[in-house]
Design a binder for this molecule. Structure first.
Ligand code: GLA
Length: 736
């Protein structure tokens, strides 16, 4: 007897746990009609609302039912056919050359946990069940298996679809989306994350407009323009009130998430591979697997939604072997030395890292043959003979002998024209015949549709990893796709290139991470240009932005935290004035902003490390002592306003609660404000620890802290930070 899924005799499907329900039914005509996604309803004989056959001043009917307008019918996986005139989930040029296909229910089955998604990253099953519903169009000889996984512990529905060509002729997929969610007519707002290089994850919130609102990517990676995530919420929902529904894709390539508010004001959320510039020739007997779409629902506002995402990503997506492991604090050579890394500098940095208490030394870009700037050498993954005459293994072994872990930067998917690899294999790059490929950061992209390219990359990486000296890899990716084509695909399959590239990349990552499960991979793409759940399935952490200046990073982390938990985010204390925006900042503020990411560190040169040694030592001691709390802690956005930000992170057991308050610009005579910590134990007492200035009275009850709040004016007076702009205050509440 299934706990999480039930199916009535008349084919009503109810998926859910104690908090959420997802309901749909098979209509008399065999269509899959959506009934509800939201708060728990459970199984009932009947529901008070749902699809209706009502008279509409609109054309069309369906299956001879005069008032059955499909454009007014919530559906699970619509095609563009008959009276359905909204954007479809599936749009196929069938063997007859037309796109009129109608999917009807054929059968269903319930399986424990979650079947694997062939070739694509997917959330793990855990305590879950999966409903597989088969739909078919017998005339088009088209079959679709929809997959719905529901979890006991997580308020998440994971969806995907597999499309089968049961006919004898090749058919052409135009849209093959992962999920469609039709909501009843109402006033909704949407929230999504947009940006650009070094200013990723800006929150944009707006009322759901009439028409279609689309966030997407067509540049071959999920992109920093829009993250593959969107929330739809009750109008006026706040951090802690109102219902919020989030959708995210486990995909790192061209995606689209759209919201369509149609003529009858109902709202359709569609998510999947971007149909723009995509077609897939599906040969007879073959199937196409769509990436996984995740939907979450919370009745506790945006914070409630984020808590669900954070728990789910930690438990079901992050590589299991790292999900609960405190991340080593690190010294990264990038903003310390840029391309000027060599053995002597690295060993000097390693000594300083040891003195500061850091745990991992990472050589960033610049270590491989001839790489003195960003104009060449990508692809030639051998140590530069002048900079590292003894090779990387020897340096790694010296670094490790000092008690540090050792990490190395790679940008495997790229090749420079000025490289031995390109000279040997000019045909290995993405491109189209007779057109000059565009450069991005002076480089071209390797064609990961090709098995020979993937094998080469596997071997190159394997040759480093097999030494056993490498504990960490920063996997970077610094340009987008332009002339998108592959020399190994025929003309009619050229528009499959971008997705085939992703399949090649995922297979490569799977091979490497399966062979080296204990190597910590950090995902990077010029910062957050491919920071998504697909990549995070293979890599325990990511570099969300090249913006290391703390005010800029506040916005990045705040936005990203709507979806991503601190456990997957990295941050380091960079130089001042910032190399990204020229702003000076105190080490205190840089330390405190970085605190809220699980992977923390420093990227400063030898001189800066010496100058600030004492403060850095204290910062690293704090980072090391709290690393375990942050990796499985609960993060909350207490305040986010133009001039002030306040975050809370509670250890999993709630024993320690860290609060960071950030004031961006100084102003005289400010009002006396408070901040209200959340989710404390009302009856417990907490000792407020402010290392800067222990306050006179420092034990407060959870109830008092949550209901009366903490006085931020008092905070400023007890702050050890010198006055002026860009100030932070950091305290711990220790439960007694
Ligand atoms: C990208 C990354 C940086 C750094 C450089 C090296 O920009 O985001 O962190 O690794 O590449 O070239």
């Amino acid at each position: 007897m299934s706990e999480l899924i039930s199916v009535s005799k008349d084919l009503r499907f109810a998926l859910g746990n104690e908090r959420i329900s997802y309901l749909f039914q098979v209509s008399a005509e065999g269509l899959l009609e959506h009934l509800h996604f939201g708060g728990a309803i459970g199984v009932a004989d009947d529901y008070p609302a749902g699809p209706q056959r009502v008279a509409r001043g609109a054309v069309s009917e369906f299956a001879g039912v005069k008032n059955y307008n499909l454009s007014d019918t919530p559906q699970e996986y619509p095609t563009f056919a008959r009276s359905e005139q909204r954007h479809p989930a599936l749009h196929v040029v069938n063997a007859a050359g037309n796109t009129t296909n109608t999917l009807r229910y054929l059968s269903h089955t319930i399986v424990p946990q979650k079947p694997e998604l062939k070739g694509l990253p997917a959330a793990r099953g855990g305590h879950s069940e999966t409903l597989l519903v088969t739909l078919s169009d017998q005339l088009s000889e088209l079959r679709v298996v929809l997959s719905y996984t529901v979890y006991q512990q997580h308020d998440v529905i994971a969806r995907s679809a597999e499309v089968f060509n049961d006919g004898d002729a090749t058919i052409s997929l135009q849209h093959a989306l992962s999920s469609c969610l039709d909501l009843p007519a109402d006033d909704y707002e949407l929230l999504h994350l947009r940006g650009s290089w070094a200013r990723e994850f800006n929150v944009e919130r707006l009322p759901v407009p009439g028409g279609r609102f689309v966030i997407d990517s067509a540049c071959g990676l999920s992109s920093n323009h829009h993250n593959p995530f969107m929330a739809i919420m009750q109008r006026g929902a706040s951090e802690t009130h109102g219902w919020v529904m989030g959708t995210a894709l486990m995909y790192s390539g061209n995606f689209s998430i759209s919201v369509e508010r149609g003529e009858f004001d109902s709202v359709r959320i569609s998510a999947g591979i971007n149909p723009f510039n995509f077609t897939w020739q599906l040969s007879a007997g073959e199937s196409f697997v769509c990436p996984e779409a995740l939907h979450v629902f919370s009745e506790q506002g945006l914070e409630g939604m984020s808590q669900i995402w954070h728990g789910f990503i930690r438990e079901q997506i992050s590589p299991t072997q790292f999900k609960d492991v405190a991340r080593p604090s690190y010294l990264n050579s990038w903003e310390a030395n840029y391309f000027e890394v060599d053995e002597q500098r690295v060993l000097e940095l390693a000594d300083q890292a040891v003195d500061l208490g850091l745990e991992l030394l990472v050589i960033d870009d610049g270590w491989f043959q001839g790489r003195n700037d960003d104009s060449g050498s990508l692809g030639d993954w051998v140590a530069d003979s002048e900079k590292f005459p003894r090779g990387i293994d020897a340096v790694a072994s010296d670094v490790k002998a000092k008690g540090l872990k050792f990490g190395l930067w790679f940008e495997p998917e790229m090749v420079s024209q000025n490289s031995d690899l390109y000279r040997a294999h000019p045909e290995w790059v993405l491109g189209v015949p007779d057109r000059q490929p565009s450069l991005g950061r002076n480089q071209l992209m390797l064609d990961l549709c090709r098995a020979d390219v993937c094998d080469y990359l596997y071997q190159r990486l394997d040759s480093f990893l097999s030494s056993g000296q490498i504990d960490y890899i920063k996997w970077d990716m610094n340009r987008s796709m332009t002339e998108i084509g592959s020399a190994v695909l025929p003309a009619e399959r050229q528009r499959e290139t971008a997705h085939r590239y992703m399949l090649g990349l995922y297979a490569l990552l799977d091979r490497l991470t399966s062979k080296y499960p204990n190597v910590l991979f950090e995902n990077c793409a010029s910062g957050g240009n491919r920071f998504d759940l697909g990549m995070l399935r293979f890599m325990a952490q990511g570099w969300p932005s090249d913006m290391s200046e703390p005010v800029g990073r506040l916005a990045v982390i705040n936005g990203a935290s709507h979806l991503f938990p601190p456990s997957v985010m990295a941050s380091y204390i960079g130089p001042t004035p910032s190399h990204q925006n020229g702003r000076p900042s105190s080490l205190h503020m840089r330390r405190d902003v970085g605190f809220f990411c699980a992977a923390r560190g420093v990227s400063l040169n030898a001189v800066d490390l010496r100058c600030d040694a004492e403060q850095l030592q204290a910062a690293v001691a704090l980072y090391n002592a709290t690393a375990a709390d942050v990796v499985h802690g609960h993060f909350r956005r207490l305040l986010y306003r133009d001039n002030e930000v306040c975050w809370q992170l509670s250890s999993r057991d709630g024993e320690r609660v860290y609060i960071g308050y950030f004031q961006i610009l100084a102003a005289p005579n400010l009002p006396q404000k408070r901040v209200y910590p959340r989710a404390l134990v009302a009856t417990a007492n907490y000792r407020l620890v402010d290392s800067g200035a222990p306050s006179r009275k420092s034990i407060f009850s959870g109830a008092a802290l949550m209901k009366m709040g903490l006085d931020l004016r008092q905070v400023e007076q007890s702050n050890s930070t010198p006055g002026g702009d860009f100030r932070s205050w950091f305290v711990t509440l220790n439960r007694l």
